[in-house]
Design a protein around this ligand. Structure first.
Ligand SMILES: Nc1ncnc2c1ncn2[C@@H]1O[C@H](COP(=O)(O)OP(=O)(O)OP(=O)(O)O)[C@@H](O)[C@H]1O
Length: 358
């Protein structure tokens, strides 16, 4: 079986903004994969490229081996998408919205009705089946987006920030349901801003920044990339010259050292194995230790470190920074093409949204 998602050097430009920069990413069948990145990193653009709402500028993208453009229907039929935005037809009862969506993907009407009932029960809003989308609460709307993603029984479920702004109860319900689906064999791609969510749910996480892949790793692997801080309280305060001496003395393993009164903080790769050595070195240097504490870098700190903002100009395509006339005119040509493309995309979006496909 080919990977659930495979992209190679995927590029998306909006005018002179490169939202995806040679992004190569593989999500294996059956994985629970988390896509993390700060606002504007390109996560939604990546997803929209996979589901055909955005046309790629360059590179390759396939879903279960189907090219997302030349084999659009096969690729799209394999995906259930719960988008960030509430793009649901507001005028029909939600059960009909689901039947319509299943019908668009070629599911016969009687079966579509059964599936609609089944997914409404599964997400817990079956009793609202005859109500219109507008009449649902915010949390119920989120549940409906998930139901709509599931009504075609997709092999790949894509959830774009499904728990943004939802209450704790719903967040836990969604986690439980999505974990169950994954255990039943559905591949899941989840974008989230909640590091804790990724850590708890995902087999692997991909971190993106400014359209690029920064790293792909398991949450455990990521955590080992962080440093630990050993905080020591000494019986006597440290002078600045004593701190400088210690810096030299502990240089073999101390990445950073700071002191404040009788408190000393030492950043090391592995606190557990380094603490005995540090204690012995401090005692040899004549210090008495009152207490010691080791703290690990959180996944959140590692994430912030990995996505620290670079120079924004790297997200601009080189044509826009050209100074000669030819570069400028080529940029203008690109803009015009892009405007045409954006219109295409807007048309396609509206059309698909109307059909409840997105
Ligand atoms: N239709 C568009 N036209 C022009 N620029 C766009 C368009 N859609 C997205 N962008 C830009 O592309 C970049 C990536 O945006 P995208 O929405 O993919 O990021 P994201 O990682 O999903 O962000 P967030 O976490 O805030 O949802 C941003 O700089 C954004 O402004």
């Amino acid at each position: 079986m080919p990977p659930a998602i495979e992209t190679t050097d995927l590029v998306k430009e909006y005018g002179d903004l490169r939202a995806l920069q040679e992004l190569s990413l593989t999500v294996e069948e059956g994985e629970f994969f988390g896509l993390l990145g700060p606002n504007g990193a390109g996560k939604t653009t990546f997803i929209n490229t996979l589901v055909g709402l955005v046309r790629k500028t360059a590179g390759e993208a396939a879903v279960f081996g189907y090219d997302v453009e030349t084999e659009y229907q096969q690729a799209r039929d394999a995906i259930g998408l719960a988008p960030q935005e509430f793009n649901v037809d507001r005028f029909f009862p939600i059960r009909e919205v689901l039947i319509h969506k299943a019908g668009y993907h070629g599911i016969p009407e009687a079966e579509a009705a059964d599936r609609a009932d089944e997914v409404l029960k599964r997400v817990g809003i079956y009793d609202k089946r005859n109500e219109r989308f507008d009449w649902l609460s915010g949390g119920m709307k989120r549940r409906l987006l998930l139901a709509r993603a599931l009504v075609t029984d997709p092999d790949l479920l894509i959830l774009d920030e499904p728990t943004a702004g939802v209450d704790v109860q719903l967040r836990h319900d969604l986690w439980e349901l999505v974990t169950e689906l994954n255990e039943e064999g559905t591949t899941v791609l989840l974008t989230t801003h909640y590091i804790e969510e990724a850590e708890r749910l995902c087999d692997r996480v991909g971190i993106m920044n400014e359209g690029r892949k920064v790293t792909v790793a398991t949450p455990e692997e990521l955590k080992t990339r962080g440093t630990d801080t050993i905080s020591v309280r000494l019986e006597t305060p440290l002078s600045s010259s004593a701190t400088a001496d210690l810096e030299t003395g502990l240089g073999a393993y101390a990445r950073e050292l700071s002191s404040n009164g009788n408190r000393l903080e030492v950043r090391v790769d592995d606190g557990g194995s380094t603490a005995p050595q540090l204690l012995s070195d401090l005692e040899t240097a004549g210090y008495e230790i009152a207490d010691l504490e080791i703290s690990r870098t959180s996944l959140e700190e590692i994430f912030v470190d990995l996505t620290r903002s670079e120079d924004r100009t790297v997200t601009r395509s080189s044509a826009s920074s050209g100074e000669d006339g030819s570069a400028t005119s080529s940029t203008r040509g690109e803009d015009e093409r892009e405007r045409g493309r954006s219109r295409d995309e807007a048309d396609r979006n509206t059309e698909r949204e109307r059909e409840g496909v997105a």
